[in-house]
Design a protein around this ligand. Structure first.
Ligand code: SAH
Ligand code: SF4
Length: 446
């Protein structure tokens, strides 16, 4: 039997695409191996969002080809159509395949017979994935992006927005919940731009929230410009939707936001966060366990909604003053978590033509400054958890063999005392928080 190995770099969308690829390969008789030097087929699912992610493949692919000469190497993902990447790796890569092509004749490893009833070119999201986890699943609701932020390669790499039918999404989620999955994570480049006929993202969430069962519903990523009142109200009134909104701001200065083509101003973002906090914090906590509703209201603490973000430092032309506006915004909003990244010029984007004139050292300094603010606001937010009982989804064991999980507000919670029970992995547990850090919480078994 032939074997395959998939290497995934980048975002949740890539991880989910790799799960579909694995499913197609297994349907066609391939078996998974963890050893990339022994596999017959190696797929590298690439990311082109930043130079650092891109650079990983330049060492990796030639090394695999050297040590595993008989293997066929497939390159897919966001870098597949970059001419310079093709030139650089043409000696090592056997097949260049867009992810949407995984079932057609570009990809001779599959015989297509089991899957011929679907037009996959636009509809590859219909492929039922081989989910990596037994209790938490990514469910893509669409692919592509129409926004063309000036720094971003996604609209070029993944094409225009295409969304799945609501019925298909609800069916997939229902099936997962019936199989005992505890967490459904909806993914798309901008989940809240979702549109399918008359159904918008809020309508879709409502349908998913009505699925019977004890599960959490999450979604990433939301674009601030599409965060409608209807959507906020829907989240506030839901049973299963987690009180966590990932809302990338990217910059805190109007001129920079404008040059980034983000389509909102600093004040719009601040007002939006206030509204989200107000509307979501006014509601009851999640208690979808019908029998124990009373008990849960008494015992479980109502966690304030968590707001997390992505923010870029050192965008072309970003002055010290403009950067200070990002720092001020972070102090004002008090994020629970932020992915702070240094601007990385991407070939083909509008910003690539602007001079990348903030030095490496200055980008590093700006990144550190924002990190310092984040540590403080995250710790302040986490302090509210001390002594409280919260529901966590237990996700696994860390290197020291201790259990960890997440709250609905996406805070990582570690158990501080041993021993721990493996049976808890993949289950919900109500735990008491005894210690907090800037990026995490700790609980102990009573
Ligand atoms: N659709 C999401 C983001 C998708 S890309 C949104 O609109 O916010 C994921 C993250 O990568 C972005 O939020 C941004 O912070 C980062 N990113 C994208 N292009 C980048 C670039 N050229 N340099 C640095 N970071 C970048
Ligand atoms: Fe990239 Fe902007 Fe689209 Fe997000 S909204 S994927 S940052 S172009």
């Amino acid at each position: 039997m032939k074997t395959y190995h998939i290497i995934t770099i980048g975002c949740q969308m890539n991880k989910s695409d790799s799960e579909r690829l694995a499913s197609i390969l297994e349907k066609n008789g391939y078996r998974k191996t963890d050893n990339k030097y022994k596999a017959d087929l190696i797929t590298v699912n690439t990311c082109g969002v930043r130079q650092m992610a891109e650079d990983r493949i330049y060492g990796l692919i030639p090394e695999i080809k050297r040590k595993n000469k008989k293997a066929k190497i497939i390159l897919t993902g966001c870098l597949v159509n970059r001419k310079d990447v093709r030139r650089r790796l043409e000696k090592y890569v056997d097949i260049w395949m867009m992810i949407t092509e995984m079932t057609n004749d570009k990809f001779p490893m599959t015989n297509q017979c089991q899957i011929s009833n679907v037009k996959y070119q636009n509809d590859y999201l219909k492929i039922v994935p081989k989910y990596e986890s037994k209790f938490s699943a990514y469910v893509p609701i669409g692919n592509g992006c129409d926004n063309f932020c000036s720094y971003c390669v996604v609209p070029y790499a993944r094409g225009r927005e295409v969304y799945r039918l609501a019925k298909d999404i609800v069916d997939e989620a229902k099936n997962l919940v019936n199989r005992g999955y505890k967490e459904i994570i909806l993914i798309a480049q901008n989940v809240n731009s979702y549109k399918s006929g008359k159904i918008d993202f809020a309508d879709l969430l409502k349908q998913l929230d009505n699925i019977k069962g004890d599960f959490w519903l999450r979604f990433i990523t939301s674009h601030p410009k599409d965060m409608s009142d209807k959507l906020i109200k829907t989240i506030a009134g839901s049973k299963n939707i987690c009180r966590h909104i990932h809302l990338p701001v990217q910059a805190g200065d109007d001129k920079v936001l404008n040059k980034m083509n983000r389509q909102y101003a600093r004040i719009d973002y601040i007002k939006l966060v206030k509204k989200v906090r107000q509307d979501l914090n006014d509601q009851f906590p999640i208690f979808n366990d019908q029998k124990n509703t009373k008990l849960k209201i008494q015992n479980l603490w109502k966690q304030p909604v968590a707001i997390t973000t992505d923010i870029i430092v050192g965008f072309p032309g970003e002055t010290k003053k403009q950067f200070d506006n990002s720092a001020k915004l972070m102090k004002e909003v008090k994020f629970d978590l932020a992915y702070i990244v240094r601007y990385s010029p991407r070939p083909g984007t509008a910003a690539f033509k602007m001079a990348d004139n903030v030095t490496k050292l200055e980008k590093k300094r700006r990144e550190e400054k924002l990190m310092e603010i984040l540590r403080k606001t995250a710790l302040d937010n986490n302090k509210k958890y001390i002594g409280k009982i919260v529901k966590v989804l237990v996700e696994g064991k860390d290197k020291r063999g201790k259990l960890f999980g997440s709250t609905e507000t996406a805070k990582v919670v570690k158990i501080s005392n041993a021993p721990c029970n493996d049976k808890l992995i993949g289950e919900f547990a109500d735990v008491k928080i005894i210690k907090v850090m800037d990026f995490g919480l700790e609980w102990e078994i009573a």
